[in-house]
Design a protein around this ligand. Sequence first.
Ligand code: FMN
Length: 172
Amino acid sequence: MSFYELAEKRYSTRKFSDRPVSQEQLEMVLEAGRLAPTAANLYPVRIFVIKSEENLEKIRSLTKNVFNAPVVLLVCHDRDKSWKATNFNDDFDSGVMDASIVTTFMMMEATDLSINSLWARGFNSEEIARAFDLPSNYVLDDILILGYPAEDDQPSPMHSQIIEFNHFITEI
Ligand SMILES: Cc1cc2nc3c(=O)[nH]c(=O)nc-3n(C[C@H](O)[C@H](O)[C@H](O)COP(=O)(O)O)c2cc1C
């Protein structure tokens, strides 16, 4: 499958089946994240894997945006390790960007394995960090949920509302 076909295959899933994600497949997804580039190669990204019933229930009580996924990845960056653009007199911290590219690599690897996913940011990050006792220097940037879709799962109407090419690209 070409990368374009893979990109076309992906959609956000909000209704999962009971079929578990095997440890081997989960490790392939995490490994793809490990291959992602990060600013200055500092790799400030840290991932917490939630798949125990107890912690799945806990995260579901904190945000509805993990739906009934059997695997929930908390994607964080260490604010003490992310690259800062201080030498350019710029107020830029690469943490969120690094977490995003790691999340993207994992999401696309999952798609390649026919595991569906959803990228979530609809939550209170401090509340979740507190509930799971994450180190205070870690910022929870996003959540990637993984699993096999329910039989009647369908892409939401938003999936096909794609920006027109001419609005997306401006040649300058
Ligand atoms: C940064 C980001 C945050 C998102 N947060 C949520 C979320 O909290 N809950 C949710 O249901 N979908 C969330 N989504 C999924 C988007 O709504 C979805 O990607 C978009 O509607 C396009 O649909 P598609 O992924 O099926 O192509 C998020 C996506 C991104 C990239």
